[in-house]
Write a protein of this length. Structure first.
Length: 256
């Protein structure tokens, strides 16, 4: 079931704002598909990890752009969306590392069962405490990219995913060996643990992983990571036990 309708290979100079369309499936996915709609005031849906929303969309830049278009970003982040959409319009290979100016990545803020901490990794190459994430490597379904990276880097699978994405960041990656300095255009998703889980760090990619709360200096190690982490915790805390079949969760209006 395609979640987004988009041209699979949009022209490099295309105006993506007129090419992508949110499909009816994401506007109101049925419970039997593993996704439960949440109140319209928030616009999020909760997805099970085996939901059709995670179906592969290899080499479909249009799907990636649709995820960017529909992200529910914080105030002040629209300039990032505009910047990334322009980049994609100018770089039809933006899903691939071979795009040397930069490329799309996806990551996840995984919140613990108590809504007090997020799972961060000590990145082996960058030496910073960051959320798990990585390169799209041609995959247009950026939610799938984020889910895959969480499984590989911290070993978590039993999660509820809040869709669409909630954060977007553009940041430079320093030159390393033959690889020049370039941009990571990172779309960020929120996931919530369904039970108390131990993190299993990928030793090849990280120096370790931990559940880290806002009082821990590691939480504040990178400014944009901390800001997104605070918003992820706020969103997760708006969840309460209740009405959603199969998940036991629903999103209450944080303004009430």
């Amino acid at each position: 079931m395609p979640i987004f309708r988009a041209d699979s290979k949009p022209a490099p100079t295309a105006d993506f704002r007129h090419q992508v369309e949110l499909s009816p499936e994401l506007r109101g996915l049925h419970l039997h598909c593993g996704v439960a709609p949440l109140p319209a005031s928030h616009g999020f849906v909760l997805a099970e990890p085996d939901s059709p929303v995670f179906e592969p969309e290899q080499d479909n830049l249009g799907t990636a752009v649709a995820f960017l278009e529909t992200a529910l970003l914080a105030d002040g982040q629209e300039h990032y969306r505009d910047e990334v959409l322009r980049f994609c319009a100018q770089h039809p290979d933006a899903l691939h590392r071979s795009c040397l100016d930069g490329h799309l990545t996806a990551s996840a803020y995984v919140v613990d069962l108590d809504r007090e901490a997020v799972a961060l990794i000590h990145h082996r190459k960058l030496g910073s405490w960051l959320q798990p994430g990585g390169h799209a490597d041609g995959e247009g379904n950026l939610a799938l990219v984020a889910r895959t990276e969480v499984r590989e880097e911290i070993g978590l699978e039993a999660l509820h995913w809040a869709l669409p994405a909630f954060d977007l960041n553009v940041h430079p990656i320093p030159a390393r060996g033959a690889e020049p300095e370039h941009l990571h255009l990172d779309l960020r998703f929120l996931a919530i643990a369904t039970h108390r889980q131990e993190l299993v760090a990928d030793a090849a990619e990280t120096r370790g992983a931990a559940w880290i709360d806002q009082t821990d200096p590691r939480f504040k190690h990178v400014g944009d990571v901390a800001a997104a982490g605070r918003r992820a915790l706020d969103l997760a805390r708006a969840l309460r036990p209740g009405a959603l079949p199969n998940t036991g969760l629903t999103l209450q209006d944080a303004r009430s």
